[in-house]
Every structure is written in structure tokens, then in C-alpha cells.
Design a protein around this ligand. Sequence first.
Ligand SMILES: [Zn+2]
Ligand SMILES: [Zn+2]
Length: 359
Amino acid sequence: MPRTPVAAVPGPPAPASIAPAKRAREDAGDGADDRQPKPKKAKPSPNSKGAGALDPEGDAVIVLDNQQTGFQEKYLVSSKILSLASPVFTKMFSQKFSEGAKVRNGEVPSIDLEEDDAEMMGIILNILHYRLEDIPRDIETLPLAILAMLSDKYDCERALGIGYALLAAYKFHCKPSFLSGLASRASKFLPHNFYAQCYKDGLIDLLPEDLEDALIVHIDEAMHRLFATLHGVEEHLQERSKGFQLSPPKRICQACDKMYLKKEKKCTCTAFTEDRLCTVEYRVAAYFPLLGKAGLYPHSEQVEGLSGDQVFRKIEGMAKDSGHRCQGGQKCPLKVALKKVLDEALVIQTAVDVEWTWK
Ligand SMILES: [Zn+2]
Ligand SMILES: [Zn+2]
């Protein structure tokens, strides 16, 4: 299930009347403020009356409308666990939203997720709180619920969310093909040091060791392929090809390399200028600064800490908006090379290539 890449377009501010979950979803993604004051301990609240305690010390209540039974289902949840697993919840429980402010004030807010499938959401909440014993064993909805967790809607593609998803699939002996698909997907969204995060949460002890090994190997292989593709482009760019007029046309000083617009025939250093074309050397020189601007070069600890998905998004941004314009249009070898990188990255990103079954 490859995610359709969508360009980030800043939207208008959401009206206050939209349900909290929806608002948070639309707004999710620009990171939460971690310089928040220490939250107060949850106080007893009428909101938690009759709620199933997924976390006995929970600090928020999620309300679901079960269309089949016609009843409301309430869950006492940990805002911290949900925030760690999904950016949607990170946003919802941030200071910017009243729900987050109430949590910090110990008020145990009630959050209505009325538009969500109650059965599926119930399973997701149980999985995220590692309450696997409370999920019916023979349930067919489980794989769907796991996929929903990882969908654009809840976006649980963080070490904790995806780790719990894998764990649930493993514990419930989901089909090997499903497990392999899930592990493949996980490998694209986790950085190669993901187990550091999972160790912290005690999750890694619960996952089978050979799965951890398979994931690490695959993450490293995919990252290696992605960067080999990125660096292999230089070779393509070296291939002889004609030069194109830049748009708008530019001139360069023959003596000091200063660039000018078309009409300047002479440089301030008194030397003459000449036409600057999009040539082999121009394109090679333009490529690495592009990588640098995208945050993919030079190689650093920060670059190494990226997940395959993050690298893919950076490549996508670079290919879609390179800032390079010349008369070659889409046939300009630089554009062709960037398109090639993007195509290859997409292949790497969507491959189902972790074959793993429990022993
Ligand atoms: Zn000059
Ligand atoms: Zn060009």
C-alpha cells in the first residue's frame, strides 16, 4: 500500500467548529513543541466514568460511537503513548489545542472520534497501549486495524506505533504474507537506529530477534541503494550532451566567473562576459548543491538517522523543484537525472522485500 506522495501546501486556518480529531489531522506534521511545562497529575473526572481503562493512570478519554450497537464506547488512554505513536495525537495533545491544555491541567478531556469505525479504533487503541490480551483472538478486522494505524489518517509510522503494529501482527499469527508486507513497510519508515527508541520503550524484548535483524539488514540495504542511486547520478551527468541556453539567459565573466544577465557584455573586473549555457560541467556543479539543499549531502550523523521514507521525500522535493531552468526543458540531462533518481527511489520505497515468518 504505497502512500501517494502529496506536496505540503499550507492551508487556511481550520475553523474551530471542526471536531478536534479532524482539526489535529489537518494540522499534523509540523512537529510538536517539546518545551512544555510539567503537566499536572490527572484528577478524577466525570469524563472517565464508565470508560475502559487502557491505562489506569490515563489522562484523556476517547469516545467512540459504535454504529452497530448504537452505544458509545469510552477508553481511558495515555496521551503520552498516543502522542509517541502518531503525529495526529501529538498535535491533538499539544498546547495549541484545548485537549492538550486540559491534559496538562490534569482535567482528563473527553475526545469524540465519532467519524472513526469504533471496532477498528478500539483495536488500534488496545494495540497502542499494548493491551493485546483484550483483543479477540480470531478477529478478522485485526489486519485492517493494523493497516489503518499505518494509513495517512493516523500515521503511526514512528518506532513505537509501527513496533506495536508488528508486535500485534506477530502475536496474533497474522498470515506470513501480511507479516512480511508489514515488515517491508516498517523497514521504509524506520531509521536504522530504530531499535534504540524501541529499547527505551521495552518493545524490542517483545519482538522476535530475527525480525529485528531482518529489519536492520533491510533498512541498511535500502538506504545503501538510495544513496548509491543519488551518488551514481554524477556519472550520468558526466555523459557528453549538448548545452542549452539557461532561462532566463545568463552570461559569465571569462576572467572571474561572475554571472550576469544576458545584456551585460562586460564584467566589473573589465573582462568580457560570454554566454553561460547549461553544459555538462554546469550540471555536475549544480547537482551536489541541490543534494546539500535537500539535506542529503554531505553525509553526516543527521543524514544517517533518516528513514527511507524521509530520504524519499527529500528526493521528491528536489526532483519536483530543482530551481533549474534551461531551454532543454524536461529533456535537460539534469532534469532527466533527477527524474531517474526519483523513479529508482520509488521502486526502493514500495518494494515488498522483507520475507519473514515466525519460527
Ligand atoms: Zn569578472
Ligand atoms: Zn539544463
